[in-house]
Write a protein that binds this ligand. Structure first.
Ligand SMILES: [Ca+2]
Ligand SMILES: [Ca+2]
Ligand SMILES: [Ca+2]
Ligand SMILES: [Ca+2]
Length: 425
């Protein structure tokens, strides 16, 4: 590429939110909204100021409102990682997250994870019920450093106070990795795990479910080296840099399909910009094709998470980035899904519509009409009392702090001001 052409390309790449492009084979806005930033309790955009945030969705306190669980460095330039629970104190439709969030306690103290490196080691999360006790657990991938993937078992008893303990270790390899991924890679409705072996190889371990319990197959069912990338030289044949998430985003590739739809972070070579790209991986022809760029994040080392944040039956994607001193790159963005593709979404939507119809059909209870004002003869007032019938009389003075009056028939008297509600002139 000559220098001028490179400069022109760069101009296109750095345009904020530049997403739909000539190479897009599908319109990304048919699948997802424009990116939306998440806000705090005051409606202000949250800057987490934690490097390489990996946002995932879960209702951690079980109040029916989806929260964000963020795996990230503990700051912008530290090797330590932590998991932060961001409670949704808004609604599912208009979420507002309590910020600062709660750094997840683990074994009595604040959990700290060794990311191994301030600029590279991340802390990616996957969420499922590992032990089948009905409470979600977290898999924390500290791939850079020796601990591998840890299962953090949820032992919370008080919904206001999350509590986790370090459970078993699922994998232990020293992969100079790309960031693990998740979603459903074989279209069977069970979440799978993408484990990066090194920068160029990854394995997908199919999810295996027994009742509530979610584990993974011992042997990988897919490997990167099996697949050929079609027309993708913009990224120098690196079709993803981090956190690929497979899902039936378009709604066209359900059970039995050989196409795995994937959204993944792909760093634009020689820049600090990350594209969120959308691919179709064909398991029968062993090819991967980029279909669209869903969004562009002007933040280094972006991470992509998922979940139905607004609970509308359409899978959403969340991403965040930023590293070293770039704290102002640490917003969390949401791409709200537009396709009904969550399990049971159709039934749920029907139910919601029925409830809405029922609500609308209910008779509207009208507020009682206010009593008509009493008309007083000319020159007289109506004195409304705190108790009893109003008196029609003319106020003649205020002796000793009381109200003196005279009725049309000539009767006179005085009233304690505390017993008078108001006087209609
Ligand atoms: Ca919640
Ligand atoms: Ca559990
Ligand atoms: Ca699966
Ligand atoms: Ca959604």
């Amino acid at each position: 590429m000559n220098k001028r052409l490179a400069a022109v390309c760069l101009v296109f790449l750095v345009l904020p939110r530049f997403s739909a492009g000539v190479e897009d084979q599908v319109n990304p806005r048919e699948l997802f909204s424009e990116p939306v930033t998440v806000v705090d309790q005051n409606g202000a955009v949250i800057l987490t100021r934690r490097a390489m945030g990996h946002p995932m969705v879960m209702d951690w306190n079980g109040d029916g409102k989806n929260d964000i669980i963020l795996g990230a460095h503990a700051g912008m330039n530290t090797t330590k990682g932590e998991i932060i629970l961001m409670e949704n104190i808004g609604t599912n439709e208009k979420p507002q997250f309590k910020w600062p969030g709660i750094a997840m306690p683990l074994g009595g103290g604040n959990a700290e994870f060794d990311c191994g490196c301030s600029g590279g080691g991340a802390l990616e999360l996957q969420i499922m019920d590992w032990d089948g006790d009905g409470k979600f657990d977290i898999m924390a991938d500290t791939y850079w450093y020796p601990k591998g993937v840890l299962v953090l078992q949820n032992i919370t008893t008080d919904k206001a106070k999350p509590e986790f303990k370090e459970g078993e270790q699922w994998k232990r390899v020293n992969a100079h990795g790309k960031g693990s991924g998740g979603g459903d890679w074989n279209n069977d409705g069970i979440l799978d795990y993408l484990f990066p072996v090194n920068e160029f190889e990854w394995n997908v371990y199919a999810g295996v479910k027994t009742g509530n319990q979610q584990k993974y197959a011992e042997q990988p069912s897919m490997r990167a080296s099996e697949f050929k990338i079609v027309g993708n030289d913009k990224y120098k044949n690196m079709w993803f840099t981090a956190t690929p998430i497979a899902w039936n985003y378009s709604g066209k590739h359900g059970s039995g399909s050989q196409i795995t739809e994937i959204a993944a972070v792909c760093m634009v070579p020689d820049t600090n910009i990350c594209d969120i790209n959308y691919y179709w991986l064909d398991r029968s022809t062993k090819t991967v094709t980029r279909m669209a760029t869903l969004a562009t994040n002007n933040a280094n080392r972006t991470r992509l998470g998922f979940g139905d944040l607004n609970n509308d039956g359409c899978m959403d994607l969340l991403y965040s980035g930023g590293v070293w001193s770039n704290g102002d790159e640490t917003q969390i963005y949401v791409l709200y899904g537009k396709v009904l593709n969550m399990p049971g979404a159709e039934e749920r939507k029907k139910k919601l519509e029925e409830t809405k119809k029922e609500e609308e059909a209910k008779p509207v209870v009208k507020a009682p009409e206010p009593k008509p004002e009493i008309a007083a003869p000319k020159g007289y007032n109506v004195i409304y009392l705190t108790e009893g019938e109003p008196i029609i009389a003319k106020v003649t003075g205020f002796p000793n702090g009381r109200i003196a009056y005279e009725t049309p028939s000539g009767d006179t008297g005085t009233l304690n001001v505390k017993k008078v509600k108001r006087i209609q002139r």
